[in-house]
Design a protein around this ligand. Sequence first.
Ligand code: ATP
Ligand code: MG
Ligand code: MG
Length: 586
Amino acid sequence: SSQASGSVFAEGWLKRVYEEKPVPVRTRFPPEPNGFLHIGHAKAIAVNFGFAKHHNGICFLRYDDTNPAKEEEIYFTAIQDMVRWLGFEPYQITYSSDHFDRLYELAEELIRRDKGYVCHCSRDEINLQRGGKDNKGPRFACGHRDRPIDESLEEFRAMRDGKYKPGEAHLRMKQSLTDLNEGNPQMWDLAAYRIVEKNHHHRTGDRWRIYPTYDFTHCLCDSFEEISHSLCTTEFFLSRKSYDWLLEVLDFKVPNSEEKGPMQREYGRLNVAGTILSKRRIQMLVDGTTVEVKGPDGSTTTKTIPPTVRGWDDPRLYTLVAIRRRGVPAEALLNFVRELGVTDALTNIQITRFEATVRKYLERSVPRLMLVLDPIPVVIEDLPEDYDEELAVPFDPKKPDGESRLVPLTRTVYIDRSDFREEDSPEFFRLAPGKAVGLLNVPFSIKATSFTKGDDGRVNEIRAVKVESNEKPKAFIHWVSSKGNNVIARRYNTLFNSEEPNALDWKEGGWADDLNPDSEVVHREAVVEPGIDLLMKGHAKHPNLASDDLVRFQAVRTGYFCIDPESEEGVPVLNQIVTLKEDSGK
Ligand code: ATP
Ligand code: MG
Ligand code: MG
């Protein structure tokens, strides 16, 4: 199926992009190494690598590392890990910073061609030149725009050599600021180079005080790497003109032609409703935060909000590290992107749709086991104390001849609290006093005879007997023998009660009042059948999941789970990947 649906990279929008420029395909995925990748980036990775792969082309992983103030070493490693996790191998890993010398030379060349000038205007002055508030006013040039070429060159070198402080000078492109017919604000003399305060760069050290902007860097790096199709998201649509302009004035591209140089085209972002993807917001969830809250009388108080999640890879988040930790197979995530297709429209998707794709994928690819989240012991009185049988049960009920495990049966078994009722009723088909129920995979049914309660008022033991009848029970429940393994199972729900957490008040910390107290439900006493040991040794693994170390299974009647990489005091931890059905588990 991945083969057939892989053609999404040759259909529709991407087909048209290729037809516009049918040349050997060279693309790049260009993240800024200033944070962890999220579910939206999976689309960017799939589009760039998938399009190249379909056309037997190549795709670079390019770190767009032009802002040393925001970049950190850990993100470089994390980004590569995620690209590889998704099954792609970059043709080459490159860095915008590899090209700092060449970019600097081209900036000087831009000035020499009278297409760049050093400007000393403040942010406010520049806004005014661009028509002021809402860009409604007249546009005009500042005095620096017409300064002699030599003076700009000298000032640019002075910027480089430390004569100015941040904000005191920057290099601007001499685009169409003064052309009153040019309605595209991305052509109003954008900045090309600026002085950066926190300027220590992880790769070039203290060599540079000035750094090139996105608008200057991106198109040129695309040219250096001979990118054929530069695919980005639609927010960059207006930037396309500036992209082409710079390449044309520096002779990397021919006006109104795609005969040389890269071609930028824009696809729609992937937004998943209800997810928090903003770095700043996730940081607040990870670290906790202190906010200033304004009272109605104008007074300010401080509010401290403790951490909400365990880290950037907490399974409730939608960073790629979190999605992986939750147990979602990479191939299921790619299926999700493929199913949505690629167009130039924004794709706004409900999280339930993502979960449905994951569920569908897991249904075909993981073994089944019995897991009891909230166990109550049931003593089957007519079995002897030392009863100890083993039932051979296939991991996949649809493949009776496939690999199986031995399921021990003992006199005491555990069933889930939700499968027992103290009082029977006609519409209830599971275990209750006087009522018979089947135990999955067991050749006889059982009937409850009595139960006892603990000091907390909760049922703590059920007594039962075998039912000798040829009649098939109305329902079967899952169970685990006393030889089962204790595990800690974590189930996840949405982090917020609101369906639009991004619309909450993030400034004054109002989001904290909307946190869902049940976003993580932990079952510390859960028991799973010993067959899990076989899975941990690599048994019953679907070939599609072979590249991945995680152990996943369907807990029958309960949900899909994986084993978390970290245990708690020697007890394995399970993460629920998704529920069994769309509306269960809330
Ligand atoms: P964010 O601010 O959310 O991290 P970004 O645009 O700053 O997003 P980059 O690291 O610059 O992230 O992005 C790398 C590539 O991924 C860019 O080409 C960008 O357009 C693309 N991308 C980012 N977010 C999405 C998304 N939600 N859907 C599709 N592509 C995306
Ligand atoms: Mg980013
Ligand atoms: Mg960015």
